[in-house]
Design a protein around this ligand. Structure first.
Ligand SMILES: [Zn+2]
Length: 946
């Protein structure tokens, strides 16, 4: 056969210009530039006009550094979801947002000052604000470019930022709403305070670190008691914050707890306890206290129920030195017997529970500590001392006064500022609050309304509901004032005579107008009469110079970004990291409920945090940080996007070099699928297309699978839960297409003649697959899908992103057929295993060299011709008499067996099937009948002779 013609040129091998290698880091920037050139976003917006609106309101991100992987995850996820809604025919705008005020930016600017030896306090406030604005703007610009490179599309030019004049005016107007509806009040309250930053901090600005604290056991001598047996005894307290003792105003006990009145008989050497004295300690903690205080022998005089202690009054251990107030014993349900003595030293200025108890019993709230962390001038013995240096002097003074029982140290979890990493304290200061429990407009309180709104919101995952509810139920009033400069001032005047804030809508309107025109700087550079108006004397009013908590600002974005920029209100979806239950979700909820009576969102979707490959937090010191910019530069944005959508975002996610390698492998397979489709569709003509009814079963099975995947995507569009969608698409490409459908149909596609119905059916389905897959992959592989679309439909200005998801006819659904093909594929995999064994035993080389004998029941599934195609063998014979079985032939369950022989006949030089008919005709003696017919229709000049 050496002179046989080479039939290779007559085989319809796949041809495509779509490269095998993605080369994404090089190619993606070109695609981005093309989108710019064809003004893709503006065209998308025009296309969406008039459609059903889907609103995802973007949570503002903080503009103070390069994007990290968490930002990338969040905005890629949003981008994929919004792109999908657009392709599903909705109007889904995306207006990115920035949080541009606040302490972290001030802190950075101050750091720059310190580096260059400048004194912040010497800089005029407007100059300082200007520096903060420029710093913020710089990072906003950097982050915008970084997001665009990730393929995140939206109204970048119309982005919102809290420092825009319009935003500042709107935030002031929102504060005004609370001023006018009565929820805003000024109160002396303990707030989390950072002595280093000299400001109140929000719960979301706090992180907990271990800290070693001095602890003390202190006795408070009983002065008067309803029960005479208590006369001459002392109540023992234990505290880890010795510095709060000057603020002590009461002692809390648990009404249900048993308290021992014990008589000390003997003590260890060095003990500060005096034999003969009588002490009150909770029974369950007795042993521990005795050990700590060095009490060796004692006897119990009596056991009191906590409730019996009501009405007892003790003396402060420093009585006679300026601490002469009474210390009442008060019942509190938060007292436990986990630690200490069962008596809780209560300082209303230095703890929320203490404060609440104090309010209930009318205790004073002294301003013991100043903003810089030092005791106020009036504080006896300790004025001017810093509280973090006070535990020794205070305990020394208590000891000198005879009040100390024992000292110790304790390593415990203590609140710190997340910015300065310095420990924080509770400190009572005048602050502005939004009352959560006061009735609004004669209706329910903000808290009650918020809990109601949570009940009506959809949470994905559902656990978010409980999380947010319990946080809202348990939180104190919202402290919205900060003693800082970079933010929106609380635009309030307080009448000096009454101490009441001025509630005048006309004044507010003047302030809002000024902010709108000149920004919030107007508050600092205008004379107060500009806002107060005629008839009011500026001297009668105090202008509040605090700024508002940044969480109030971001909590108001629904008002100025969502409402004003035309996204619609409320949003269909808020989508952020799960830490936003105590941040943005909560502030937005409270703000909207307080001003508009309902939540600004219908659904809340949260995602987890990104950890390294071993589940550790990323940190520079561990060297395990994956930066999105680096992934994009080395592998391409599509890889990072694919990673996002292949992850279970409800849980914490992991990323690192190995995981990214796996993702590029998954990407490669998706790309190969697209390439195979494009190659197989070379020269496809619409006239080739067959109607659905004329498609073979196998093709109709593919249509059914497309129907299923479409339904899967529609379900995610409705539920907002996208977990698993793209892994399903990937599995379809690799298991259903590459490993099965493409494999089976390769022969028809390459070797059948152009007029063959079978080949036309295959190409009809490849066309549908190409349209579906490029569309479905477009939201996630936004660059690659574009490339695969244009490779098929070259155009100067078209884009896959202007296409819709293909409409899938309901008639494609065929569960019975799917069930039937599931069985056929199970049988097929038995045959494939048999072929593997035969290959190992060198019975055959390629599967086309095989003839297989199958039990007759295989015929129930398919004819022998069909089995030849499906199993990719040259001959199938059904028989119930397999003769001497080939040794590995018994396979599977249900009595399945196959016998594999060498197929009889010669190998067709064109299609490689081994058939007896090869050689039976003169024109093309080396071809099978099918190939003979195909080649006969090709002009001889095209058949290259060897
Ligand atoms: Zn052939």
């Amino acid at each position: 056969m050496t002179d046989a013609p080479d039939y290779k040129s007559t085989v319809f091998l796949p041809t495509t210009g779509f490269p095998m290698r993605g080369d994404l880091p090089k190619r993606e920037p070109y695609i981005l530039a093309r989108w710019e050139r064809i003004d893709l976003w503006a065209r998308t917006q025009r296309q969406m006009e008039g459609r059903t609106r889907f609103v995802l309101h973007d949570g503002p991100i903080y503009s103070n550094g390069n994007l990290h992987i968490g930002h990338a995850l969040n905005r890629i996820l949003k981008d994929v979801i919004m792109r999908a809604h657009r392709m599903a025919g909705e109007d889904a705008p995306y207006i990115p947002g920035w949080d541009t005020h606040g302490l972290p930016i001030e802190w950075k600017v101050e750091e720059e000052y310190r580096k260059t030896g400048r004194d912040k306090d010497a800089v005029p406030v407007l100059d300082f604000r200007d520096e903060c604005r420029r710093y913020s703007q710089h990072w906003l610009d950097v982050q915008t470019e970084e997001f665009r490179r990730l393929g995140v599309t939206g109204s970048w030019a119309e982005r919102y930022a809290t420092f825009d004049f319009g935003s500042e005016a709107a935030i002031a107007a929102e504060i005004g709403r609370f001023l006018l509806n009565g929820a805003l009040y000024r109160g002396l309250r303990p707030v989390m305070w950072s002595p280093v930053e000299k400001t109140a901090l929000a719960e979301a600005e706090i992180e907990y670190h271990d800290r070693s604290s001095d602890t003390v056991f202190v006795r408070f001598p009983v002065v008067t008691a309803p029960d005479p047996r208590l006369a001459g005894s002392a109540v023992v307290i234990w505290t880890t914050t010795t510095w709060t003792l000057p603020g002590n105003r009461a002692i809390a006990y648990g009404p249900e707890i048993d308290y021992a009145l014990l008589h000390v008989d003997g003590v260890a050497e060095g003990s500060l306890v005096r034999p003969g004295e009588r002490l009150l300690i909770a029974m369950p903690l007795l042993a521990e206290v005795l050990r700590a205080a060095g009490i060796t022998t004692h006897h119990l005089e009596h056991v009191f129920k906590g409730a019996e202690l009501f009405g007892t009054v003790a003396a402060h251990p420093l009585r006679g030195q300026g601490y002469d107030h009474d210390v009442r014993l008060l019942p509190a349900d938060y007292v436990t017997t986990d630690q200490g003595t069962g008596f809780v030293h209560t300082a209303p200025s230095h703890g929320v529970e203490d404060f609440v108890l104090g309010q209930e019993y009318g205790l004073e709230v002294p301003e013991t500590v100043q903003g810089d962390g030092t005791y106020s001038a009036w504080v006896p013995l300790f004025a001017g001392l810093h509280v973090f240096k006070a535990s020794q002097p205070v305990s020394d003074a208590v000891e000198a006064a005879g009040g100390l029982l024992a000292r110790g140290t304790l390593l415990h979890s203590y609140p710190h500022s997340w910015r300065s990493k310095a420990p924080v304290i509770y400190r009572a200061t005048p602050q502005w609050f939004i009352s959560l429990d006061g009735a609004l407009d004669g209706e329910g309180s903000i808290r009650a309304r918020a809990l109601d709104a949570i009940a009506q919101t959809k949470f994905i995952p559902e656990a978010g509901r409980t999380r947010l509810s319990s946080m809202v139920a348990g939180r104190p009033d919202w402290c919205i004032s900060r003693q800082r400069a970079w933010g929106v001032p609380i635009p309030v005047f307080v009448e000096r005579r009454s101490g009441e804030p001025l509630r005048d809508p006309a004044v507010l309107a003047r302030i809002v107008d000024a902010f709108e025109a000149e920004g919030a700087d107007a508050w600092y550079n205008s004379p107060p009469e500009r806002f107060l108006g005629q008839g009011r004397h500026p001297g009668d009013y105090e202008q509040v110079m605090d700024i508002v908590d940044v969480w109030f600002e971001s909590g108001s974005t629904h008002a100025f970004a969502m409402e004003a920029l035309g996204e619609g209100w409320p949003a269909d979806l808020y989508l952020e990291g799960s830490d936003q239950h105590r941040g943005w979700f909560q502030s937005s909820l409270l703000e909207a409920v307080g001003t508009r009576g309902r939540a600004p969102f219908r659904a809340v979707l949260t995602h987890g945090f990104v950890l390294d490959e071993n589940g550790r937090k990323m940190s520079k010191s561990l060297g395990n940080v994956t930066a999105p910019q680096e992934v994009t530069d080395k592998m391409g944005a599509d890889i990072l996007r694919l990673w996002t959508m292949n992850s279970d975002v409800n849980e914490d996610l992991r990323i690192g070099p190995e995981i990214l390698k796996q993702q590029s492998e998954l990407y490669r397979r998706l790309r190969n699928t697209l390439r195979w489709l494009l190659g197989g569709l070379d020269g496809f003509d619409d006239a080739e297309r067959l109607p659905d009814a004329e498609l073979p079963e196998l093709e109709r099975w593919v249509l059914h699978r497309l129907w299923e995947l479409d339904a899967r995507i529609r379900l995610s569009l409705a539920s907002h839960d996208w977990t698993g969608v793209y892994p399903d698409l990937h599995a379809f490409c690799s298991a259903d297409l590459s490993a099965f459908y493409f494999d089976v149909r390769k022969d028809a596609l390459y070797c059948d003649g152009p007029a063959s119905k079978r080949r036309r059916a295959v190409r009809t389905v490849l066309d549908l697959l190409h349209r579906c897959l490029t569309a479905w992959l477009a939201p996630v592989l936004c660059f690659t899908a574009e490339e695969a679309w244009l490779a098929r439909f070259p155009s100067e200005d078209d884009s896959v992103h202007l296409q819709a998801f293909p409409a899938i006819p309901a008639s494609w659904r065929d569960p019975a057929l799917a069930e039937r093909w599931a069985q056929i594929r199970a049988r097929r995999s038995e045959i494939t295993t048999g072929l593997e064994y035969a290959r190992t035993d060198k019975v055959i080389g390629s599967s086309l060299q095989a003839e297989i004998l199958l039990p007759k029941f295989f015929e129930e599934h398919l004819s022998s011709d069909d089995w030849e195609e499906i199993a990719i063998v040259s001959s199938v014979v059904f028989t119930d008499e397999p003769g001497s079985l080939w040794k590995h032939a018994r396979l599977g369950s249900g009595g399945g067996w196959i016998q594999i022989n060498k197929a009889p006949g010669e190998k067709c030089a064109r299609c490689w099937r081994v058939l007896p008919e090869v050689g039976s005709h003169a024109a093309h003696p080396s071809l099978c009948l099918r190939c003979d017919e195909v080649v006969s229709q090709i002009p001889a000049t095209q058949v290259a002779a060897q």
